[in-house]
Design a protein around this ligand. Structure first.
Ligand SMILES: NC(=O)c1ccc[n+]([C@@H]2O[C@H](COP(=O)([O-])OP(=O)(O)OC[C@H]3O[C@@H](n4cnc5c(N)ncnc54)[C@H](O)[C@@H]3O)[C@@H](O)[C@H]2O)c1
Ligand SMILES: [Zn+2]
Length: 354
C-alpha cells in the first residue's frame, strides 16, 4: 500500500492507494472512527457495481451503513439533489458525531463533500473516488461544491476529508471516455510539474500498459497535488498552476455547451494551444508544444483546435470568476515539468490568443 500524508495547516490526513482496498475500508475506517452510523453517498452506477462490496466491508466491522443514491452525471451536482441528500441524512438520523463516505466520481465527491461540510455545520467524511479524474484530482484538496444555474461550482467550500481510499481496480469498469477525460488531467500534472511522469506517459502505448502503471501514475499525480495544496490550501497562489489549460478549456466547454468535449479533452486543447502561443512569444522553451502534442497523440486525444468564434472565447475568458482586478492569471509553461503564473491584463488576452 502506498500512503501519502497530507499536511495542511488546518488538517492532516492520509491518502491510501492500493488495489482492492475497497474490501478493507471497514477495517481502515475503524482506525479513525469509533461510532457506528455511516451514510454512504454514491451514484446508481457505482452502487450497482460496488455497493455490496463496500456494504459488506462496513458491516464486517460493525458499522451501520445507509446508502444515499443519486442519479449518475453532472446534473446531480445541484441544489435540488443536495436538498434530497440532506433529507436522507436526517431520515437516517445522522448526527454530528457520525460519518459520511463519498463513493463515486467527482460529481459524488463534490456533492457529498459539500453536504458533509454543511450538514449540521460540518461532519467528518471520507472520500472513496472511483473515476480516474476523482482518483488523481477531485478527491484531493478539499474543494467541494454544487452548481447553480449561473455556473458550475459557484456554491461550495474548502473541506478536507479524514481519509482518501484509492482503489485502481475500480477503473476496470470505468467507460473509455472517462478514462480519456482523466488522462487530460494526468497530462496536465506532467506538464506543470514532472518531466519523469511525462516520460513515463510517453512510453505507454496500450491500455494494458496504462493499467499496469496506473498506481504509479495515480501516486505521482496525488503527490504533485498534495505538495501544491500544502503550500496553498485556499488557492490564492501556487495552487493556480493546477489550472493550466483550464482558462481556455473552460471557454471551449461553454462554447459547445459541455456537449462536444469532455472536461479533460477541453483542457488538453487548452494546454496545447496556450503553449503554442506562449512558445511563439518566447515565454516557453521551443519544442514544448510539440512535446504536449506527442503525448496527446499517444492517448488519442484530439489536439486540433476547433473552429470556434474567438470573440465568444475571448468574452468568456474575460468574465471568468477567477479574474482579479482586471487581470487574468494565465498559467504557462517554462518547459515540460515547470509552470508559472503570468498576470495578464484582460485587455491583452485577445491579442495573445490570436
Ligand atoms: N473538487 C475538485 O477539486 C474537482 C477537480 C476536478 C473536477 N471536479 C468535478 O468533478 C466532476 C467530474 O467528475 P467525474 O469525471 O468523475 O464525473 P462523474 O462523477 O460524473 O463520473 C463519471 C461517470 O463515470 C461513472 N463512474 C465513476 N466511476 C466508475 C467506475 N469505477 N466504474 C464505472 N463507472 C464509473 C459515474 O457513474 C459517471 O457516470 C465535475 O463536476 C467537476 O467539477 C472537482
Ligand atoms: Zn480540471
Amino acid at each position: 500500500m502506498k500512503v501519502l500524508n497530507v499536511n495542511l495547516k488546518t488538517k492532516k490526513y492520509d491518502i491510501l492507494i492500493e488495489k482492492g482496498i475497497i474490501k478493507n475500508v471497514g477495517m481502515e475506517i475503524k482506525k479513525i472512527y469509533d461510532g457506528v452510523k455511516i451514510a454512504v453517498i454514491t451514484d446508481q452506477n457505482i452502487y450497482s457495481l460496488y455497493g455490496n462490496i463496500l456494504k459488506d466491508s462496513l458491516l464486517n466491522y460493525g458499522f451501520q451503513p445507509n446508502f444515499v443514491i443519486v442519479d449518475p452525471g453532472e446534473k446531480s451536482k445541484s441544489i435540488n439533489v443536495l436538498e434530497n441528500v440532506y433529507s436522507k441524512l436526517i431520515e437516517f438520523n445522522i448526527t454530528r458525531g457520525d460519518m459520511i463516505i463519498t463513493f463515486g466520481g467527482g460529481v459524488v465527491g463534490d456533492l457529498g463533500g459539500f453536504a458533509a461540510s454543511t450538514y449540521l455545520r460540518g461532519i467528518d467524511y471520507v472520500q472513496i473516488p472511483t473515476s480516474l479524474l476523482a482518483q488523481i484530482d477531485s478527491s484531493i484538496g478539499g474543494k467541494v461544491a454544487v452548481n447553480i444555474k449561473q455556473g458550475k461550482n459557484l456554491v461550495g467550500s474548502f473541506y478536507q476529508p479524514k481519509k482518501v481510499f484509492i482503489d485502481s481496480n475500480l477503473l476496470n469498469t470505468l467507460p473509455e471516455e472517462f478514462i480519456k477525460d482523466g488522462l487530460g488531467e494526468v497530462i496536465k500534472y506532467a506538464c506543470i510539474s514532472s518531466l519523469d511522469l511525462y516520460e513515463l506517459l510517453l512510453n505507454i502505448t496500450s491500455k494494458e500498459e496504462l493499467f499496469h502503471n496506473i498506481d504509479k501514475i495515480i501516486l505521482d499525480c496525488c503527490n504533485i497535488k498534495k505538495e501544491i495544496i500544502e503550500q496553498d490550501e485556499l488557492d490564492t497562489g501556487i495552487r493556480m498552476i493546477l489550472n493550466f489549460g483550464h482558462t481556455l478549456g473552460h471557454a471551449i466547454e461553454t462554447y459547445y455547451n459541455y456537449e462536444k468535449y469532455t472536461h479533460g479533452e477541453a483542457v488538453a486543447l487548452g494546454m496545447y494551444y496556450i503553449t503554442q502561443k506562449s512558445e511563439a512569444l518566447g515565454y516557453t522553451e521551443l519544442g514544448t508544444s510539440n512535446k504536449i502534442k506527442k503525448l496527446l497523440n499517444n492517448f488519442n486525444i484530439d489536439y486540433s483546435f476547433p473552429n470556434v468564434n474567438m470573440d465568444y472565447i475571448n468574452k468568456t475568458i474575460c468574465k471568468d470568476k477567477k479574474n482579479i482586478s482586471g487581470n487574468i492569471n494565465l498559467i504557462l509553461l517554462k518547459k515540460i515539468g515547470e509552470a508559472f503564473v503570468d498576470q495578464m491584463p484582460i485587455k491583452n488576452i485577445y491579442n495573445f490568443l490570436q
